[in-house]
Design a protein around this ligand. Structure first.
Ligand code: ADP
Length: 166
């Protein structure tokens, strides 16, 4: 049977840290579903449609990956996709407590679904969507931290906001 994992997240926007996790996840699973979470309580820079579109563009030549979006509980979404694995990444220790809490709650909600964690690559240890947005919003160069498409879309988003934002 095909082993399918869900990789859920906000991906606002997708970074090279996320990309590394996707590539490594694909070495373990037959198929990976990058699932962009729509959370009406969370303010995002990109709409869910924009986030999905960007990731699809970036992964268009990658096999065995599907990009989707969902609303509500991740475990429920996983079930609709016939998957019993939720893939998550771990960076600095600060991720640990939140991820532990989330994994325990998901386990309580659905005991047949497993959360699986991959340590980030040392290169992406301190990389987050939040820090990328912060830097880009002040005209900082984010090349090398996010895929090219994201770089371009961020430039567009922040165009004209600051005089040094080229
Ligand atoms: P969420 O809002 O659900 O935390 P994110 O888009 O921030 O969504 O992250 C999705 C997943 O990717 C999380 O498990 C997060 O820990 C992981 N992740 C984020 N940045 C990195 C990175 N630099 N390296 C490895 N994993 C990461």
């Amino acid at each position: 049977m095909k082993k399918v994992a869900i990789y859920p997240g906000s991906f606002d926007p997708i970074t090279n840290g996320h990309m590394s996790l996707i590539r490594r996840g694909l070495q373990i699973f037959d198929e990976l579903i990058v699932a962009v979470a729509f959370n009406p309580n969370k303010k995002t820079l990109f709409t869910v449609e924009e986030r999905v579109e960007m990731i699809r563009e970036i992964l268009k030549d990658t096999e065995n990956v599907r990009v989707d979006h969902f609303e509500g509980l991740t475990v429920n979404y996983a079930k609709t996709q016939g998957s019993n694995v939720i893939l998550r990444g771990l960076r600095a220790t600060s991720d640990f407590e939140f991820e532990f809490q989330l994994a325990l709650m998901n386990r309580r909600l659905a005991r047949d679904i497993q959360s699986l964690f991959l340590m980030t690559d040392s290169k992406w240890f301190y990389l987050s969507s939040t820090i990328v947005k912060e830097a880009a919003s002040f005209g900082g160069d984010i090349k090398g931290l996010v895929p090219h498409t994201v770089c371009e879309r961020m430039k567009e988003k922040f165009k004209g906001r600051f005089t040094n934002n080229k």
